[in-house]
Design a protein around this ligand. Structure first.
Ligand code: ATP
Length: 345
């Protein structure tokens, strides 16, 4: 069982947090710049020693009073925004490098297997400078996993890629990390929703919210959480190049980075502010016009968060008053197609 536990406290950096990741689980770490996300990863990877704390992976104690296991002996892989492949080695040599350093005689075979898993076999003889950003990151994933680490740390792994490359790599990470104990730092709520089981929000060095990724993102508890997380996620099946039918039957048209294939799994995301509510069927032609029943209404000062059959809408308090919104009301919703982001799963 590879359970990760990290407790760290460092007054100098203003960081004090405690995280636990169960065997095979992925924990997303969200938070504003300077909150302490990278410090957490650095402490686990062995790149920074907090003033106080401990880190354990399964039965192994990596950091404790008088204990400090160096990074290369931790069985912890860290993958960042940049692939950082060895420029003078071929792709195949890059991926086999780790297992070879571990003294494994089957390093090349193992490396080739990982390269195949990430869909990179055709790149084996290339040098890193001959790869696109997405290809390089694929190879970096294979290289990180070829050493069969107990824990994988991902620091914004998709942030530096072209938007077209992101959905495929996200899907690859989801498959490949399904049973690996993983900590994922990300600014993208869709990464957290699609890759993580649980999420923590870090602000000013402290964990301010923790729970199942969906709950943390859909019910934020802080201004940062709300700004970051205000997202509706609809899972379903593509019914055309730019339409998704949700599992509950509602259909949404949006913008897809690449055309969707009908019948394949797809997600739609949109901000709660993209939803407008109406008593009468709206005129004009916003592409997404649906009916829905109002659930909870939460007042947040100038705005109200309205739950409508599993989706959330943020409307101004003035608009809510004008509509005389009450739980149980049947309303029209309109969502501009340009504000709905579609991705293949
Ligand atoms: N090498 C360092 N030496 C001293 N202080 C540091 C160092 N790196 C970060 N800090 C400080 O530690 C705190 C947490 O920073 P950290 O880099 O962990 O945040 P972060 O959440 O990863 O931010 P970002 O999203 O900008 O990467 C900040 O106050 C930062 O200034």
């Amino acid at each position: 069982m590879v359970r990760l536990a990290a407790v760290l406290s460092d007054p100098g950096r203003g960081v004090a947090m405690e995280v636990e990741v169960a065997d095979g689980e992925t924990l997303a770490v969200l938070g504003p710049n300077g909150a302490g996300k990278s410090s957490l990863l650095a402490a686990i990877a062995g790149l920074w020693r907090p003033a106080e704390g401990h880190v354990t992976v399964g039965e192994r104690v990596l950091v404790a009073d008088g204990v400090w296991v160096p990074p290369h002996r931790r069985s912890v892989a860290l993958l960042g925004q940049e692939a950082r492949l060895f420029p003078h080695l071929t792709v195949r040599e890059n991926v086999a490098f780790g297992p070879r350093s571990q003294g494994r005689s089957d390093a090349t075979r193992l490396g080739d297997q990982w390269l195949e898993q990430v869909g990179g076999s055709a790149l084996a003889e290339r040098r890193p400078r001959e790869l696109s950003g997405g290809q390089a990151q694929r190879v970096a994933i294979a290289r990180a996993l070829a050493v069969e680490p107990d824990v994988v740390l991902l620091d914004e792994p998709l942030a530096a890629l072209d938007v077209e490359a992101v959905p495929e790599l996200r899907r690859l990470l989801r498959v490949i990390l399904a049973r690996t104990t993983t900590v994922l730092v990300t600014h993208d709520p869709l990464d957290a929703l699609s890759l993580a089981d649980r999420a923590v929000v870090v602000e000013a060095g402290r964990i301010v919210h923790e729970g199942p990724a969906r709950d943390v993102l859909l019910h934020p508890r802080s201004a940062f959480g709300a700004a970051l997380a205000g997202v509706n996620l609809v899972e379903g099946v593509a019914t055309g190049v730019d339409t998704v039918r949700a599992n509950d039957g509602r259909e949404l048209t949006g913008i897809a980075a690449r055309p969707l294939s009908a019948g394949a799994g797809a997600t739609a995301t949109f901000a709660p502010t993209a939803v407008a509510l109406h008593r009468e069927q709206p005129a004009g032609s916003p592409r997404n016009v649906l009916r829905g029943t109002v659930g909870a209404i939460e007042s947040r000062g100038a705005t109200c968060r309205v739950e409508i059959e599993g989706w959330i809408a943020d409307v101004t308090t003035a608009a809510a008053a004008e509509l005389r919104l009450e739980p149980g009301d049947d309303l029209w919703l309109s969502i501009k197609a340009t504000e709905v982001r579609l991705e293949p799963v």
